[in-house]
Design a protein around this ligand. Structure first.
Ligand code: PGA
Length: 248
């Protein structure tokens, strides 16, 4: 894993944008694996700003997202489909029909997982963007998820429900289940870009980079990936012991 440590979140977002830009410039019809959460917001803002200023086009880009709450409609402002439109897709010229996410209202969840796995197999990702949870989760793959798991439904853990409650009016409104790509789907991407910001991620980042590779810390699987870049700000990197590249 290549590790880049930045002084702050703004620099982290700029470095992440550089990685994303390189992928898109090399391949204007690249498949981007995208993520929700607070961490990628700075990157998405830079992508939108760059599109506005330089006219960089996303018309041939395709996007697949990691996960979606179970039981929320795409119009619900807490759905990840809504998040992606609001924070990125409506601000660039990507075609909405080329953006994919699990259907939170699917009548048959098992069938929906199979559909998504087939879609991912047909659209190899040139890059997969990730955040990391305080407990080392990636997407909604909580500790204990087998590394060979593909898209599946999960019951959210109490810590994830609590962490996500800030986006809802009350904790009772946080859905209790979700669809998520599995560790295997994530690992299959050609390149992985994982971002971590803030002190509350420091323990998980330490385990991911320097700890044992174990399903107890799902992000540790990324140590095995041939092309994975972690960009962490100084707070998220504060417990790392190795000597890593510092970016200004
Ligand atoms: P965050 O979530 O970006 O909102 O911190 C990351 C995650 O839980 O994967």
């Amino acid at each position: 894993m290549k590790v880049i440590i930045t002084k702050d979140y703004q620099t982290l977002s700029k470095k992440a944008f550089d990685v994303m830009k390189e992928v898109i410039e090399k391949k204007p019809d690249a498949v981007l694996g995208l993520a929700t959460g607070s961490t990628p917001l700075g990157l998405y803002a830079l992508m939108a700003e760059d599109h506005l200023k330089t006219g960089r086009s996303y018309r041939d880009i395709r996007a697949v997202n990691l996960d979606e709450y179970y039981g929320l409609s795409p119009e619900n402002d807490q759905s990840y489909r809504y998040f992606m439109r609001h924070n990125l897709f409506d601000k660039i010229d990507i075609l909405l029909e080329n953006t994919h996410i699990e259907n939170g209202l699917a009548a048959d969840p098992a069938e929906e997982c199979a559909r998504y796995n087939a879609l991912l197999a047909a659209m190899p990702r040139d890059i997969q963007l990730l955040g990391i949870g305080e407990n080392g989760h990636i997407a909604f793959n909580e500790p204990g998820t087998p590394f060979d798991e593909e898209t599946h439904t999960v019951k959210l853990t109490e810590s994830t429900i609590a962490a996500n409650a800030r986006f809802f009016k009350s904790i009772d409104e946080v859905p209790r289940a979700a669809f998520t790509m599995g560790p295997k789907n994530i690992f299959d991407a050609k390149k992985i870009l994982i971002l971590a910001t803030g002190k509350n991620k420091a323990q998980a980042v330490r385990g991911m980079v320097e700890g044992e590779v174990t399903p107890d810390l799902p992000a540790s699987l990324l140590q095995k990936h041939p092309d994975c870049i972690l960009i962490a700000d100084s707070e998220a990197a504060s417990l790392l012991e190795g000597d890593y590249h510092k970016a200004e």
